[in-house]
Write a protein that binds this ligand. Structure first.
Ligand code: ADP
Ligand code: MG
Length: 326
């Protein structure tokens, strides 16, 4: 019978590429890495817990992708280049087909971004996946939430709303027969971390955040930290054609787009004089971007729909309070 150490050996170590900046990887008490000169190390952690973040029978390959993409998205929002990862896995049982599917998807995405798994921990218990990913970013180059200035344009990458619609398709029986329900379920897990876009943004953006709680909630974080307000033109928010088919009305599609969490797209602010350079730089990374509003000095977040006031509430999620209207 396979034990903890066989599992680590068979599935988690030794299968992946060796980075030159890893002096000692999994197998000892700590991993040793070699930090590059004149860089900050960006560090982020995310946990996915069965029953809280996903149903216990969720596709293991999709879970691996989501766990890594969630962390990569944080690095993207800082403009960092990912380098190393540590994985704490809590498994109810040693299920080899589950592990094989999980690891294959994990290493596929890790290899794509040249990330080395340098260590972790493996325990028995209720299914949970905790991942810490590190990256490097030049000193003074990291993107933060606090630099937005009145007059800056507000942009988002990709399109918004699919992730929450996909979650509803998974959890709400009445949504399961809507058009593109299966496509959106997959979209909920298989997000694209905007690493290259984040790196390009370090030269031009004044503030950036990744959308993990919803556009309104996350843009509000930029506004608070930068001590500014904003005007958001709701009809300019990009929607996928699948989301529009899935929804009963355009209004519903925009409600998804405004509050859908776990999108892992970037929201950023840009001075007018950098607009052209940025759009060109992002074209090289094949990242779609859309301007959806403008920062202003007056506090508060105003939403307009074709120039008419648009009522909105910011629906955040607090793990101890549940869904909250902020
Ligand atoms: P320790 O006794 O220091 O906690 P462990 O016995 O838990 O070490 O792990 C042995 C080695 O295997 C360590 O180097 C650890 O980093 C690595 N390891 C354990 N679990 C994982 C995992 N899930 N992914 C990657 N490496 C792991
Ligand atoms: Mg251990």
């Amino acid at each position: 019978m396979l034990g903890e150490f066989d599992l680590i050996e068979k599935y988690l170590v030794g299968k992946q590429r060796q980075r030159k900046d890893v002096a000692l990887a999994a197998g000892d008490d700590c991993a040793l890495v070699i930090p590059p000169k004149d860089c900050h190390i960006a560090v982020t952690t995310d946990t996915l817990v069965a029953g809280t973040h996903f149903l216990p029978d969720a596709n293991p390959a999709w879970l691996a992708h989501k766990a890594l993409a969630a962390n990569l998205s944080d690095l993207a929002a800082m403009g960092a280049t990912p380098t190393w990862a540590s994985l704490a896995l809590t498994l109810p049982k040693l299920d080899e087909p589950w592990l094989a599917a999980f690891c294959q998807a994990f290493f596929e995405l890790a290899d794509y971004y040249d990330i080395q798994l340098i260590g972790g921990d493996t325990t028995k218990g209720p299914l949970a996946i905790t991942l810490t990913v590190q990256g490097v970013v030049g000193k003074e180059q990291a993107l933060t939430r606090h630099g937005a200035e009145p007059g800056d344009w507000i942009y988002v990458t990709g399109h918004l709303g699919d992730s929450q619609a996909g979650l509803d398709a998974i959890l709400k029986p009445e949504c399961q027969s809507e058009p593109f329900a299966e496509h959106l379920e997959r979209q909920h897990f298989m997000r694209t971390p905007r690493i290259l876009a984040g790196q390009a943004l370090t030269r031009y953006a004044t503030a950036a955040i990744d959308i993990s709680d919803g556009l309104l909630a996350d843009l509000s974080h930029i506004l608070t930290r930068s001590e500014v307000g904003a005007l958001l033109n709701v009809e300019q928010i990009p929607l996928s054609s699948e989301l529009q088919e899935f929804c009963q009305s355009t209004e519903q599609a925009y409600q998804y787009a405004l509050n859908s969490g776990e999108e892992y797209e970037l929201c950023f602010t840009l001075p007018d004089y950098h607009r052209e350079q940025l759009e060109q730089a992002l074209a090289h990374t094949a990242t779609p971007v859309t301007c959806i509003g403008q920062i202003r000095g007056q506090a508060g977040l105003e939403c307009r729909w074709n120039d008419q006031p648009f009522a909105h509430s910011i629906q955040g999620f607090d793990h101890f309070k549940g869904h909250v209207d902020e």
